[in-house]
Design a protein around this ligand. Sequence first.
Ligand SMILES: Nc1ncnc2c1ncn2[C@@H]1O[C@H](COP(=O)(O)OP(=O)(O)OP(=O)(O)O)[C@@H](O)[C@H]1O
Ligand SMILES: [Mg+2]
Length: 358
Amino acid sequence: MVDAAGPKDHLWKVALDAEERIEDLVKVASSPIGVDVGTSKLVVAKKGPREVETSGALNAFLPVPYSRFTEATLGQNNIAYYRDEGDLIIYGTAAERFANMFNAEARRPMADGMVNPREKLAMPVLEAILQTIVPKARAQGEILAFSVPAAEGPGGENREAALTYHKASLQQYFRGLGYEPRPINEGLAVIFSELEDYNFTGIGISCGGGMCNVAMAHLSVPSMMFGLPKAGDYIDTAVGAVINEHATRVKVMKEENLDLLRPPSDKFQRALHIYYDDLVQSLIEVLAHKLTKADKRTERPVPLILAGGTAKPRGFKELFERTLKTRPLPIPIAEVRVARDPLTATARGAMINAMYER
Ligand SMILES: Nc1ncnc2c1ncn2[C@@H]1O[C@H](COP(=O)(O)OP(=O)(O)OP(=O)(O)O)[C@@H](O)[C@H]1O
Ligand SMILES: [Mg+2]
C-alpha cells in the first residue's frame, strides 16, 4: 500500500530544513564579533550556526636570524612568520615553543594590558597575529567589540593617556578590516559573559597575563572599574627568579602542572603556591580598599566571577574564598564562581556587547 502522506511529509521536511539553514546563514552573516586583546593571548568569539565559536593565538613573538634555509623550513612546517630586514619574526603560538627550545624569552607586543610603547615591533606583530584570527568584516560597518583594560590603576593612578593611544591604534586596525570597533572594559565583558542569571549585576574579575581587571556593575551599568598590574606574568617572573628559569619556561610548566588543591611537592610548586597566594591577597586587599573608598552599597549580596587564564588552575576559587575569609569585603558576596571557560569569557562578553550595540 502506498503511504499518500509520505512524499508530502518529506517535502515539508526538506522545506523546513532549508528554512532553518537559511536562518542560520543569515544569523552568521550578520553576526557580531568579540575580541579579547590580551597581553598573553588574543581570543575571538563569534556566533556559529549553533553555538558561540572561539579561536585564539598567543600574543608573543621571537625574532630569529634570517637565512633562506630557515625561511624555507618555517614555511614547510606551517610556522607563522614574516621577514623584517635581517630577521624572521616568528609569531603567535609557535613563538613560545621556539623560545622554550632555545631557552630564550619570547617577546610581547603588549605589556600591562596595552600596546607596549617600548617595543618597536609591537603594532606590526600584533596586527600580524590578529590577522590570523580576525577575518575581514562581511559587511562594511559590522560591529566588533574588543576588550581594553581599566584606565585606573590600584593606587588611583591614571593611565588614560596610554589607554587612548592603545584604543586608537586598535580601532584604526579594525576599521581597516571594515568593522565599526567598540572598546569594552575587560571586567565588564566578564560580567556580560557570566552574569545573565543575576541581571548583569555583580563583580567581574579577569585574572590574565599582565593584569587583573575588576569591574562592578548594577544591571549592566558599570559603577567601578580598575586594574592591578599583577597577574600571570608576575607569577612567572617571580617564580623564574626563585628557581633560576626563564619566565617563558615557567609559564609553560605552570600551565601544564599547577593544582592549587594539592600540597606543593617541590621548590617549583612551592614558589607557584607562594606567588598565587600573594596575588590573591593583593587583589582582595585592593578590591576591599576600593569598595570602602567608593562607599559602595548593594541592595542584596552580589556574585563575584573569576575569569582569565590565571583563574584556571584547580583550587583557584578555594584559594580566593579562603583569602576572602581573612580579609572580608565591605559588601556581602552571594557566591564566588569561576567562569565556565575562563580563557574565553572576555571574548564572549565582548561579543554579547557587540550584539546589543547593533
Ligand atoms: N591552565 C593554566 N594554569 C595556570 N595558568 C594558566 C593556565 N592557562 C593559562 N594560564 C595563564 O593565564 C595567563 C593568560 O591569561 P589570559 O589569556 O586570560 O590573559 P590575557 O587576556 O592575555 O592578559 P591580560 O588580560 O592581562 O591582558 C597567563 O599568565 C597564562 O600563563
Ligand atoms: Mg585578559
